[in-house]
Design a protein around this ligand. Structure first.
Ligand code: FA5
Length: 339
């Protein structure tokens, strides 16, 4: 009986030094395995006198239960210790410097477009969209630029087929709008346009325009002047002065080009405006009666004005960007400045 009692002391002492689950398993095999010391005790039963066997048997069972409990307790302790170690290693050190978050920026072209859109929408214009691959008929012919007309040279064109082009301006969207809707029409047409222009500081073969169209009864040149002067004042500031110079576009008559106070130097003269203090910002005019007729509108009843601005140049003037290529190179150092 004494030696049985001793076994449990040995179990406890072995477990005390065990620091891994593997070691605990090893000790378990030593005592509780098939050939372990506690299991082995039962084999001694035959040497025990008959009357003492029940006491011996229950003692062995008691020792086995104690050993099982000791193993369970040790396993639980090891589990807890491992968890604590894990939690300790995952502890957040709030004194560490924070990681820098990389925030993006809205591209300057979009920033300018959103501003332009807000101004015109505020004046009651709607935004309409059109395809970038366009019929020659809409891009040129219905805008009073027939084939072989010298005005075609004003816009160097990418042809896909004889009668299909990549649009050179967003004016064809105005044609599509007049064909579809009855006046009054008040729309702006933003979008990407394409020309076979060589790349330099102010030219890109892909650029962006916002064109506008207003058709109703009794629309006059004063309406055109009022809307565009107000637009430029809202975009560049209240003190902006505008100058309307005669211009030529086959789809408008009369036509004008509009200069505005240089937003960079405020009119004093700087390299951006070549010292003039004013800078050309858009083209415009009263819609040519022939264009109205082409779209099924009676020029005796309706009149209207149209305008077109180059968003890239407008953006460059606004932000003092000296080269249009910066807008397309996606250099993060450049873009970061517009956060
Ligand atoms: C037109 O495209 C006319 N459709 C605008 C218009 C509409 C006039 C309605 C009258 C009535 P223009 O070819 O001038 O016009 O181009 C308009 C603007 O696009 C120019 O003022 C300029 O700012 C811009 N632009 C022209 N070519 C390029 C280019 N290669 N790169 C960047 N911007 C350009």
């Amino acid at each position: 009986m004494e030696s049985i009692e001793k076994i449990i002391e040995e179990v406890l002492s072995d477990l005390k030094d065990a620091s891994t689950n593997e070691k605990v398993s090893e000790i378990r095999v030593k005592y509780l395995g098939k050939k372990g010391l506690i299991s082995g005790l039962m084999k001694n039963m035959k040497d025990i006198p008959q009357e003492e066997r029940p006491v011996f048997g229950s003692k062995v069972n008691e020792i086995r239960a104690k050993a099982e409990a000791a193993f369970q307790e040790k396993t639980n302790k090891l589990k807890e210790a491992a968890l604590e170690l894990k939690l300790r290693s995952e502890k957040i050190d709030v004194t560490l410097p924070a990681k820098e978050v990389q925030t993006g920026a809205i591209h300057p072209l979009n920033q300018t477009y959103y501003e332009v859109r807000k101004i015109f929408v505020g004046m009651g214009f709607e935004v309409v969209d059109g395809p970038e691959i366009e019929y020659d008929k809409y891009n040129f012919e219905m805008l009073n630029i027939p084939k072989d007309h010298p005005a075609r040279d004003m816009q160097d064109t990418f042809y896909i087929e004889d009668d299909i082009v990549v649009r050179t301006h967003t004016s064809p969207v105005q044609i599509r709008t007049m064909l579809k809707h009855e006046p009054p029409i008040r729309v702006i047409c933003p979008g990407r346009v394409y020309r076979t222009d060589d790349v330099d500081a102010t030219h890109s073969p892909v650029f962006n325009q916002v064109e506008g169209l207003y058709i109703d009864k009794n629309v006059t040149f004063s309406d055109l002047k009022g809307v565009l002067a107000e637009f430029l004042r809202r975009l560049y500031g209240k003190s902006t002065v505008t100058k309307f110079r005669p211009g030529f576009f086959p789809f408008t008559e009369p036509s004008a080009e509009v200069d505005a106070t240089c937003a960079l130097c405020g009119g004093k003269g700087c390299p951006a405006c070549k010292g003039a203090g004013m800078i050309e910002v858009l083209g415009c005019g009263m819609v040519n009666p022939r264009v109205l007729e082409n779209c099924g509108l009676d020029p005796e009843v309706y009149s209207g004005f149209a305008f077109g601005l180059g968003l890239d140049r407008l953006t460059n003037i606004k932000y003092g960007i000296t080269d249009i290529r910066h807008l397309y190179e996606n250099d993060v150092r450049f873009l970061k400045q517009f956060r």
